[in-house]
Write a protein that binds this ligand. Structure first.
Ligand SMILES: [Zn+2]
Length: 442
């Protein structure tokens, strides 16, 4: 091959910027309602087209009109090995243009960042994977084992029309997949100028959303009344909202805290992890939510007239359970609300936890160190949920690894679902280089 031909090929670190911009410009807002969610199909078709351009065949599955998912398999050198699933969602949470410095679907490049809803959650990773795969196809690179690519819909509203739909209806697409990477992990947290933690997600809290139902005697608001559903519900909600569940440090969180304390020179008291966590700055919010079960009241509903005591009242509680704690949390909540309030689960998805060891973890760590000599990869637990919950139902060992090097002063966690979501262009390009190395050695 002549050097002319080589230079005519787009560099994946240049192409990733175009791919990410294109994806950001497709409004894939997921409102949680099929009638008003838009754009997933267009984004899925875009991905399928970009794969087809370089000879990768994909299948597109709609779970409902417009709710599209794309899956492709890239054959590896050793088909006897289990496949690696690389997954990313294409939907985004809504954005109010009036609140933003740029239009949230403009994909504008400004001050070294690409701006737009989805820039870090997670069209950045979607674009990185596309850039690497396209580069490989053009240059004849074959991965060491099969890689399955899954671009999903509906992650932001519980995955029913995305990952869960695929797992329940098209599980053959994931035949042989043993491990997976997706969001939310692989991003850097600067300790100082020369050292950066890279948080690799090895655990996720469970989702336990429940509705409380209180019943009482309906009546006139002007009279003495001792069986008021609103009062009973309000008491239960307040007890839950004020309750602090006990601290439980899991293996993942312990490993994280030990590494971080060592690096920062913080004294870690195993009986009081909160003191150490408080010193972590912007990531204290993320880590602080992973040492206990949590329960936050989020919605209330009762009544229809100012002077009528309603017979029923309901509240929604967003609970998140540590690995293995969902049943315990349920018992704790029953105790808090008392016998007269009924508990109904509206969403219950298990927590995940895997160990931070093995060849795949080695490959992630080596790829990070090769591109950033100051990298210190650490495991951590995500307090939220991702598509990994669905894919883990297939027995797949899931990691959050969407590599991104971030500027020290960027409050990364605030950008998730936040105003002025943006991704640093050099971070995006760093991610492509890390992913390229990692996937060649996975
Ligand atoms: Zn996401």
């Amino acid at each position: 091959m002549t050097s002319d031909a080589a230079s005519a090929r787009p560099d994946p670190t240049a192409e990733v910027v175009d791919l990410c911009r294109d994806l950001l410009r497709i409004d894939t807002t997921n409102t949680g309602d099929n009638d008003t969610s838009v754009g997933e199909r267009r984004a899925a078709e875009y991905v399928a087209e970009k794969l087809a351009e370089v000879g990768v065949e994909s299948v597109l599955h709609e779970s409902a009109p417009g709710r599209a998912n794309v899956v492709a398999r890239i054959p590896g050198a050793d088909p006897s090995r289990g496949a690696l699933l690389v997954h990313g969602h294409l939907d985004v949470v809504p954005a109010d243009a009036d609140e933003w410095s740029v239009h949230p679907f403009s994909g504008e490049e400004r001050d070294g960042y690409l701006w737009g809803r989805g820039a870090i959650d997670m069209k950045d990773f979607d674009a990185m994977v596309l850039a690497v795969v396209r580069h490989w196809q053009r240059t004849g690179v074959r991965p060491p084992r099969d890689i399955v690519l899954a671009y999903t819909a509906d992650e932001e509203a519980g995955s029913d029309y995305g990952a869960r739909f695929l797992v329940e209806n098209h599980r053959d697409l994931f035949d042989g997949c043993t491990e997976a990477i997706g969001e939310v992990g692989g991003f850097s947290y600067s300790v100082n100028d020369s050292q950066r933690l890279y948080l690799i997600e090895t655990a996720e809290k469970g989702i336990d959303w429940l509705r409380l139902h209180a019943k009482g005697r309906p009546g006139h608001g002007s009279m003495v009344h001792d069986d008021n559903a609103v009062t009973a519900l309000a008491e239960a909600v307040a007890r839950i909202g004020r309750h602090r569940f006990p601290v439980v440090v899991t293996d993942t969180v312990r490993a994280f805290l030990e590494e971080v304390s060592d690096l920062l020179g913080i004294e870690l008291d195993p009986n009081d992890p909160e003191t150490a966590i408080a010193k972590l700055g912007p990531i204290a919010n993320i880590i602080g939510a992973t040492i206990r079960n949590t329960a936050n009241p989020t919605r209330l509903a009762a009544g229809y007239k100012d002077n009528v005591i309603p017979g029923r009242a309901t509240a929604t509680i967003d609970c998140r359970s540590l690995p293995g704690q969902s049943e315990l949390l349920e018992r704790q909540l029953r105790e808090l609300v008392g016998p007269d309030i009924a508990i109904e689960y509206v969403q219950r998805q298990p927590a995940l936890e895997t160990t931070f060891d093995g060849d795949l973890v080695e490959a992630m760590s080596a790829a990070l160190r090769a591109e950033d000599p100051g990298a210190r990869p650490v495991p951590y637990m995500l307090s939220g949920g991702t598509d990994a919950k669905a894919f883990s139902q297939l027995g797949i060992r899931c990691f959050g690894f969407a590599p991104l090097r971030l500027p020290a002063d960027l409050n990364f966690s605030a950008l998730f679902h936040g105003i002025d979501e943006r991704v640093p262009v050099d971070g995006l390009q760093f991610g492509v280089r890390v992913l390229d190395r990692f996937l060649r050695t996975c």
